[in-house]
Design a protein around this ligand. Sequence first.
Ligand SMILES: Nc1ncnc2c1ncn2[C@@H]1O[C@H](COP(=O)(O)OP(=O)(O)O)[C@@H](O)[C@H]1O
Ligand SMILES: [Mg+2]
Length: 235
Amino acid sequence: MVQINNVSFQYGHEKILDNINLHIAKGDYIAFIGPNGGGKTTLIKIILGILKPTSGTIKIATNKIGYVPQYTNFSLDIPITVLDVVLQGRLTKNKFFYCKNDIKKAIEKMELLQIANLQSKKISDLSGGQRQKVLIARALVDEPELLILDEPTSAIDTKSQRAIYAILKQLDITKIIISHDMNVLLEGVNKVAYISQTLVLHDTPHLHFQPDQEHFCEIEFINAIKNCNICKGDT
Ligand SMILES: Nc1ncnc2c1ncn2[C@@H]1O[C@H](COP(=O)(O)OP(=O)(O)O)[C@@H](O)[C@H]1O
Ligand SMILES: [Mg+2]
């Protein structure tokens, strides 16, 4: 689905990504983890074609990509409803009006995200968790083959996080998620890429966590993969 070969990226003279190699297969659910400023969002923007790599090549096997950005600057003053926001995902460069089928799709995705009951509410009246579900529904409404989520649950409570990850896990498409919330890793990702200028890839199925462990942070996760002798990566 995504083939990244020897990709480097610089802002001016500042090296952000150094010789990244990554293959994401159809159906993979991969988490990007690592420190703030490590280059995760930059790599996502390269995958989306928003940024061009300074060197290296990237191939994407689909043009149907759904994207939930890290920062969404909704003007909360505009009285836009949940349905309006989800429908935005059906608009394209050449399509400015909605048809019946768009509304049908929007309702289908709101049901999937368990927000259909909120469809007439103003986006400004929602909780953070509900708002993130709206953004995910918008990213899904045009039936993407690849879904990219940049820290979709960083500002919401654990219960809402778990609800979102349970829904994501069920989605049968290729997914890339940036997250510091380690419960995402307990909820079905099959690969983890640690990104801090360079990228180190880990397969996760052989890692065993206690899903009932309420506290499981990024540091503990990184220690777990360090101690795992199947992973040869140096984090
Ligand atoms: N538009 C920009 N111009 C210059 N530097 C930037 C720009 N955007 C991000 N950076 C820098 O690139 C580095 C990586 O940022 P980013 O990819 O957002 O990291 P992450 O998502 O892992 O936190 C940071 O040092 C950041 O300051
Ligand atoms: Mg980021």
